[in-house]
Design a protein around this ligand. Structure first.
Ligand SMILES: [Zn+2]
Length: 240
């Protein structure tokens, strides 16, 4: 689960940093031109290419096909333009310590100060609440928030029966897609638990989360998605 507002992942100071990065990039580009003269239209083009210029979005759009969209409160995430402004190289696994509904509810609550991109239910349903473009406050560490996608799983860390087959399989498909999208290696260095985020005091997903099962499931899902269907070739089945 997420963290309180005062964690390093929370709001505050972010716009300064983004402007800083942007200014730095433009400064570097101007230096490369090697002259103090930088035509206005040139500058315009550079602005277009620099981070912070947002991709088009559609209300209700999801990044994972099959996910339902329920918007989190905008207080629980920060608008960004990933992976152009911040590269994504981690998937962070959480456990909600509550029901699916209660997780949706707290992520909609502006006072909560935290939310993840996705929630996976014990029945395998997936709800997306924050776009992958944006930085969700879920890791309690600003650097890790900026570089990761956060996935919550419905259940309690001390209840092994909460981690159902349906949940593992749905989550593995989701993580496989995220890894493919951003070219993230499917391994334990890049798919980590909240507990492994530097500086966190959270323990999720806990000792009952079965990494030895999960990582191969993600690999299988990635291979299935990458390889052609067993009946390769033109499909003639009517209504397929
Ligand atoms: Zn967590």
């Amino acid at each position: 689960m997420g963290e309180t507002t005062n964690d390093s992942g929370g709001p505050g100071g972010d716009s300064d940093r983004r402007i800083g990065r942007r200014a730095l990039l433009i400064g570097g580009a101007a230096a490369a031109v090697g002259t103090a003269v930088l035509a206005r239209d040139e500058l315009g083009r550079l602005w277009w290419r620099t981070p912070g210029v947002e991709k088009p979005r559609k209300e209700g759009e999801v990044d994972f096909r099959g996910a339902d969209w329920v918007a989190a409160s905008s207080a629980n995430w920060r608008r960004a333009d990933r992976p152009d402004d911040f590269g994504i190289d981690r998937v962070i696994i959480h456990v909600t310590q509550g029901s699916f509904r209660s997780a949706v509810k707290v992520f909609q609550d502006p006072g909560h100060g935290a939310a993840a991109h996705y929630i996976v239910g014990q029945d395998g349903r997936i709800t997306q609440m924050i776009r992958e473009l944006d930085v969700a406050f879920h890791a309690g560490n600003r650097d890790f928030n900026e570089r990761s996608v956060g996935i919550e799983h419905e259940g309690f860390v001390d209840r092994p029966e909460d981690f159902t087959d349906a949940m593992y399989e749905a989550s593995a498909r989701l993580t496989a897609r995220i890894c493919a999208r951003y070219d993230i290696p499917v391994d334990r260095e890049h798919i980590i638990g909240h507990v492994e985020v530097p500086g966190t005091d959270h323990t999720d997903p806990g000792p009952h989360w079965d990494w030895k099962r999960y990582i191969p499931l993600v690999r299988e899902a990635a291979e299935r998605a990458a390889s052609p269907t067993p009946t390769a070739g033109p499909t003639r089945t009517a209504g397929a």
